[in-house]
Write a protein that binds this ligand. Structure first.
Ligand code: OSB
Ligand code: MG
Length: 368
């Protein structure tokens, strides 16, 4: 297979409701959509999960555009690619910039699986025909607002509630949630809002029988997390700290976590995601698929990855309607009773809607 033409599009979509983490609030989702055409004229699609500003990691929409335009696309255009696994090797001389690399790798996987006539899920080795879905709930103005939302999501059937926390919105909030929902699968995500000195506060969460606490400490740390994990009973899950198979190996060796959140963009693509999945499986570390408030294209890739058998815990792969009035794929992603039925058609399983994509496109550029 050869990429003959690549188009980058900057899309801007407004989320139905603002999303607040320990870093701040977001409502507009600006992102890059990548369309790659092969020699048969087929199109493969990938989404960059980088945000407009570098609060989650160091990448942004503009740094991804720059890396794609000036380095990544020129490296891959017109080059013979026999399997998508080769993409990460070809790009390995470029340091980091994982979200930028993942954007085009996803499109190559889409093209490859269309060409082979199999679903992306099958090509990755996934066997599940439906996946369990949880939901991530941003920081709210009041505890009552949060309780109301959780009540709605429990009614909708979501399999696990993830509550964003930060200092001042943590122990007391989780206590109320647990009191009102004694049996719900519950976890917290701190997006790096704490330091090891806050250990008493983090230990206080042990009382609420949480499935896990996600990324309590610094975003590049695996040492302090190992110290923390020894002193709390709640399993630590790493998100921001894990960028690669190598990071995963070291975190497991140090005992920095008991669970890993895999985000395709954060680790540089589906090939690396699968390697991390396999390593975690060998070590009995359950994984789940994180979310980055993606459009349907990124979500389609997440759903396919989640079909691998060590994705034991529900992921943040909520349905289209949780985020958007109108998503950019057909059909939209639907969650029913807390499950998504995995499409069994060649490629990513959903069709990009060109009309809707055009409607949200701010600018575009084609390379050939
Ligand atoms: O930490 O998992 C996170 C959203 C943006 C950035 C980071 C995170 C999140 C979420 C929401 O938790 C995931 C989603 O619903 O897509
Ligand atoms: Mg997280």
């Amino acid at each position: 297979m050869k990429l003959k033409e690549v188009t980058l599009r900057h899309l801007k979509m407004r989320m139905k409701s603002p999303f607040t983490t320990s870093f701040g609030t977001m409502q507009d989702r600006d992102f890059i959509l990548l369309e790659a055409k092969d020699e048969n004229g087929n199109s493969g699609w990938g989404e960059s999960v980088a945000f407009h500003s570098p609060w989650y990691n160091e990448e942004t929409l503009k740094t991804n555009w720059h890396m794609l335009e000036d380095f990544i696309i020129p490296e891959l255009l017109n080059r013979e690619i026999s399997h998508p696994n080769e993409v990460s090797d070809i790009l390995s001389y470029i340091r980091k910039n994982n979200m930028a690399k993942s954007t085009i790798e996803g499109a190559v996987w889409d093209l490859y699986t269309q060409d082979q006539g199999i679903s992306l899920a099958k090509a990755l080795g996934g066997e599940k025909s439906k996946i369990e879905v949880g939901i991530s709930i941003g920081i709210q103005n009041t505890v009552d607002d949060l309780l109301k939302l959780i009540d709605e999501y429990v009614t909708e059937g979501y399999k696990r509630m993830k509550v964003k926390i930060k200092p001042g919105w943590d122990v007391e909030v989780m206590r109320e949630v647990r009191k009102h929902f004694p049996n719900v699968s519950l976890m917290a995500d701190a997006n790096s809002a704490y330091r090891l000195e806050d250990i008493d506060r983090l230990r206080a969460l042990d009382e609420f029988d949480l499935m896990m606490i996600e990324q309590p400490l610094a975003s590049d740390d695996i040492i302090d997390h190992a110290t923390l994990q020894k002193q709390i009973s709640t399993p630590v899950c790493l998100d921001e700290s894990i960028h690669s198979y190598e990071d995963t190996r070291k975190a497991i060796e140090l005992g920095s976590c008991k669970i890993i959140n895999i985000k395709i963009g954060r680790v540089g693509g589906l090939t690396e995601s699968k390697r991390i999945h396999d390593l975690c499986k060998q070590h009995d570390i359950p994984v789940w698929c994180g979310g980055m408030l993606e459009s349907g294209i990124g979500r389609a890739h997440n759903i396919a990855l989640t079909t691998l058998d060590n994705f034991i815990l529900p992921g943040d792969t909520a349905g289209s309607s949780r985020y958007w009035d109108k998503d950019i794929i057909d059909p939209e992603v639907v969650v029913k009773d807390g499950f998504i039925t995995v499409p069994d058609v060649p490629g990513i399983g959903y069709t990009p809607n060109r009309k809707t994509i055009k409607q949200f496109t701010v600018s575009e550029k084609t390379f050939s």
